[in-house]
Design a protein around this ligand. Structure first.
Ligand code: WQD
Length: 356
């Protein structure tokens, strides 16, 4: 029988790419989303890409336990990939309670239902933000976590801990994952720490859909190139890096999606070395803001309007992954080049412009 994966937040940017890869890898998927930060554009794109018109979609809020419980009763769920969360760093500073309530409660509900319905495999969408600023680069999964500088970052750390503790406590419920109603069972957990996800599906049918002015670099670049924004501000060119701009590890969203499939397969096939595991998902390759801008111009054959402005508060100088654990244990490695990724990001922006 096909295994079924619940993708919470599956209509969003990363969730929609993961849904495509799961379906293409032969899994059944249930998408749950409250559409609080997206519409159905990407879900429709997922259907087109996969040629599957009957993907179950549940418009639910994971903060409502009754809704989550109902999903676990209606579907036999073998694994959950939990994306449903708020993710704007700046907004989280202004509205911490909104972030703590949403991001923590949705995970608590997923875990409660997972435990209650016979146990389940839960993959949590974490972030390299847990590492904070460090001189020891690249970061491995053993690198210490630093106190978070934003409530958003703190929710990622707290959620990792909630998952870890739940896995530990429920291990006593038995070693078999036995789906069944009202039957407490063990929860197994994986946290994937993403670096900077960028790009879009090569079909240009799904991609990032920021609401309002983008906070992140690549959507700001593509919106400037298409004429929606006047000028890109590069935040700081006086960092102690080769060209003075910050270094990040930009991971293609399709590569990132494939890492989820590899991690879910490891859980479902009983290949985990520990009941709770953590993997860095990055390329291992630092790229500066200026390099990214220059590559975008070159690969898409255009000129971008940009200027240097003062540093943005809270930005760290440099971070990139040591992805060797994911390569060794998951058999996963980032494949796409920055050029391919930036061409896909631009194709997606043009696709959106064509629809307006
Ligand atoms: C990348 C680089 C900026 C915009 C954030 C979150 C993290 C994660 C991903 C999300 C930095 C520079 C940016 C602009 C610029 N979580 N920049 N001009 O800050 O590395 O990570 O997003 O869900 O938790 O913190 O990503 O894309 O904002 O910035 O010069 O208009 O681009 O200074 O060096 P960041 P980013």
């Amino acid at each position: 029988m096909k295994k079924r994966v619940l993708v919470s937040g599956g209509a969003g940017y990363i969730g929609s790419h993961v849904t495509v890869e799961l379906i293409q890898a032969g899994y059944d998927v249930v998408v749950a989303d409250n559409l609080s930060n997206c519409d159905l554009t990407c879900f429709e794109g997922v259907k087109k890409i996969t040629g599957k018109d009957d993907i179950p979609f549940e418009k639910i809020d994971c903060c409502d336990y009754a809704s989550v419980d109902r999903l676990f009763s209606e579907f036999r769920i073998d694994a959950v990939i939990h994306f449903a969360a708020f993710k704007a760093v700046g907004e989280s500073v202004a509205e911490p309670l909104k972030y703590y309530r949403n991001n923590l409660l949705s995970l608590l509900n997923i875990l409660e239902a997972a435990k209650t319905h016979g146990g389940c495999n839960v993959l949590f969408s974490s972030s390299a933000t847990v590492y904070g600023e460090t001189d020891k680069l690249p970061v491995t999964e053993e690198s210490p976590r630093q106190p978070a500088i934003s409530p958003y970052g703190n929710t990622k750390q707290i959620c990792e801990d909630i998952l870890r503790d739940t896995v530990k406590a429920t291990a006593a419920y038995g070693n078999e994952v036995m789906p069944g109603i009202d039957k407490p069972g063990p929860v197994k957990g994986t946290a994937l720490r993403y670096f900077n996800p960028i790009g879009a599906h090569p079909s240009a049918l799904i991609g990032e859909l920021p609401r309002g002015v983008p906070n992140n670099l690549v959507p700001y670049i593509t919106q400037t190139a298409i004429g929606k924004r006047e000028c890109l501000s590069i935040f700081g060119n006086d960092y102690p890096t080769p060209d003075g701009t910050c270094l990040r590890d930009y991971i293609d969203v399709v590569d990132l999606a494939k890492a989820h499939v590899a991690a879910v397969a490891r859980m479902l096939e009983g290949r985990m070395a520990e009941d709770y595991e953590i993997f860095n998902i990055g390329t291992g390759r630092p790229v500066s803001v200026l390099e990214l801008v220059n590559t975008f111009e070159k690969v898409n054959n255009l000129k971008l309007n940009y200027r240097f402005t003062p540093r943005r508060e809270g930005d760290i100088t440099a971070i990139w992954a040591d992805p060797s654990r994911a390569e060794k244990e998951l058999g996963w490695k980032a494949q796409r080049t920055v050029e391919e990724t930036l061409a896909a990001a631009w194709a997606w922006e043009k696709h959106l412009a064509g629809k307006e």
